[in-house]
Each structure stands twice: as structure tokens, then as C-alpha cells.
Design a protein around this ligand. Structure first.
Ligand code: NAI
Length: 284
């Protein structure tokens, strides 16, 4: 049973993973890279839980404060020593994740602890092989916003033990009440391998002047019943993350449809990262 959860990174995804774990009654430690980032992470958690409380979404008659009391935001990875499961949710950068998995392998003490990554596109094997326990390393890939979206992709590498995958399934489906699909360890797994080339095609269409951002998005919302259009979705994901995922997919498959369009690269260079910076394809 997973009872003590660790999360590394308290950004968009890490805060969401910490929140759903604490709302399911688990004890959570989240580690950020600096005091400033930890403080931003705490604010993110407080705001999201306040929204959930206002909508009456917190279970068991609990308040946002009850849930927050189960989450500790720290700045030292040493705080993860007693965790049963650690989910890494730092930037989508292979070198940074490799360094982190080497450290987690040294720090997390329980011999059967699961070391998971929320990566969208980096092969799980690259993270497993830098540890002494690749049989306990796998992808547990949540979707944004984590408190709202039901899906989690379970991604064992070739070296992941079947018992690790089954414990992760029981955590995701039994404890968190989410729904899992099983994926092979290929860049993008199931959803991003299909979704990212679609978003990139929308960016190319906009970049070519073929249609406005609003009309592209309205087209998919009204004509294909998507809840939001691809450019609004890219802004929600974060254009830096969208670019990083495209690059991992391109690196893996060498298909032009995965190549980041020049406009996406220029927007990231400019710091126009979407909702999180207030401007992307739209202004927020
Ligand atoms: P983000 O930029 O919002 O958050 C990343 C956080 O990690 C930042 O708060 C940063 O301070 C922290 N961080 C960076 N290096 C660290 C380190 N060494 N130790 C501790 N904290 C560190 O990014 P986001 O969107 O939360 O993405 C995180 C991961 O989740 C990435 O691997 C991404 O591909 C994946 N993901 C993102 C989704 C999205 O829609 N944004 C959806 C599903 C997965």
C-alpha cells in the first residue's frame, strides 16, 4: 500500500499530484528547488484547494485546511527518505531528470519504494537505468489539470517489475479514484503521441496565415466537439512544455510532424509561454 507520497516539483503538475494525493487522505511531501519556488507552490496549492472547497468538491466533509495539513512543501530531497512512492514532476529536461533519479535512488530508503516520473515524453528507461532499482522505476503520467482530468497513463519500462506496475495501478485507481491506461515506453505514450502533432499542425496553420487563432480553435470546438481548441490547449499546457515534448518525440521518431514549428520556438524564446506567463496565442 502506498501511504506516504513524495512529489518533486510543485509547478502546474506537481502541485496537482500533491493535491489529489492529499485529498485521497495520504501524507504528502513536495520538494521544490528553492524557497521562492516552494512559496509559489504553496500558494498554488492553497488557491486550487480553495477553488475545490468553494465548489464543494472536497470529500469526506473535509475543508481545504484539513487537506493542506497533510501536505508539507520542503526544499530538501532528504525529506523524501521515508516515502513509499515518489513522483517526479520537474521540468521536461532529460539531463535534469537523470540527475534527480540518481539522487532519489540514494535517498529513498524503503527497499520496495516506487520511483515514478510524470514525464510527458522522456523514455522511462533513461531514468530507470541510472538507478540501482530499475524494476521499481516507471512512468505515472497525469493530465492537466490533475484534480479534474481522470486519465493516468501507466508506463513500465522493459525493466519495470510487474508488481511495481500493479502497485501503481492500485494507487491510481484504488486510492486516487482515477482511470489508468497501459502504454509502452515510447516517447509521448498514447495521448501525447497523438495530441502533440495535432497541436503542432494547428500552430503551423496559424503561422502560415491560413486562419486566425480564434477561428482555428472555434473550428475544433464547434466542429469536432473538443472542449477547447488546440491553440488554447497549448497555452494551458505551457508553450515551453509543448516544445520540449515535441523535441522528445522528434528525437525518438525523426518524423517531420513532430518537429517544433519556428513560431513555437520564437514564442518560447520570447517568454510567451501561455497562461503561466499571461501571454501565448492569447492574452490572459
Ligand atoms: P512547471 O514548469 O509548471 O513546474 C516544474 C517545477 O519543477 C517548477 O516549479 C520548478 O521550480 C521545479 N523544479 C525544477 N527543477 C527542480 C529540481 N531539480 N528539484 C525540485 N524542483 C524542481 O512544469 P509542469 O507543467 O508542472 O511539468 C512538469 C512535468 O510534468 C514535465 O515533465 C512535463 O512534461 C510533465 N507534464 C506536464 C503537463 C502539462 O500540461 N503541463 C501534462 C502532463 C505532464
Amino acid at each position: 500500500m502506498v501511504e506516504r507520497v513524495g512529489v518533486v516539483g510543485c509547478g502546474l503538475m506537481g502541485a496537482g499530484i500533491a493535491e489529489v494525493s492529499a485529498r485521497a487522505g495520504l501524507d504528502v511531501v513536495v520538494v521544490e528547488s528553492s524557497e521562492a519556488a516552494a512559496s509559489a507552490g504553496r500558494t498554488r496549492l492553497e488557491k486550487s484547494l480553495a477553488r475545490a472547497e468553494a465548489k464543494g468538491k472536497i470529500a469526506n466533509g473535509e475543508s481545504a485546511a484539513d487537506v493542506l495539513a497533510r501536505i508539507r512543501v520542503a526544499t530538501s530531497l532528504g525529506e523524501l527518505v521515508d516515502r513509499d512512492l515518489v513522483v517526479e514532476a520537474i521540468v521536461e529536461d532529460e539531463a535534469a531528470k537523470v540527475e534527480l533519479f540518481k539522487k532519489l535512488d540514494r535517498i529513498v530508503a524503503a527497499p520496495d519504494a516506487i520511483l515514478a516520473s510524470n514525464t510527458s515524453s522522456i523514455p522511462i528507461m533513461k531514468l530507470g537505468v541510472v538507478t540501482t532499482r530499475p524494476q521499481q522505476v516507471m512512468g505515472i503520467h497525469f493530465f492537466n489539470p490533475v484534480p479534474v482530468l481522470q486519465l493516468v497513463e501507466l508506463v513500465p519500462s522493459l525493466l519495470t517489475g510487474a508488481d511495481t506496475t500493479e502497485r501503481a495501478r492500485s494507487f491510481v485507481e484504488g486510492t486516487l479514484g482515477k482511470q489508468a491506461i497501459d502504454c509502452q515506453d515510447r516517447a509521448g505514450f498514447v495521448v501525447n503521441a497523438l495530441l502533440v502533432p495535432f497541436i503542432l499542425s494547428a500552430i503551423r496553420m496559424y503561422e502560415s496565415g491560413f486562419a486566425s487563432a480564434e477561428d482555428i480553435d472555434r473550428g475544433l470546438v464547434l466542429g469536432a466537439a473538443h472542449p477547447q481548441g488546440p491553440l488554447a490547449l497549448a497555452d494551458l499546457i505551457g508553450l515551453d512544455t509543448t516544445k520540449a515534448v515535441a523535441e522528445s518525440l522528434y528525437e525518438e521518431f525523426k518524423e517531420p510532424l513532430y518537429a517544433a514549428p519556428p513560431l513555437l520556438n520564437r514564442m518560447v524564446d520570447a517568454g510567451l509561454l501561455g497562461r503561466k506567463t499571461g501571454r501565448g496565442f492569447y492574452t490572459y
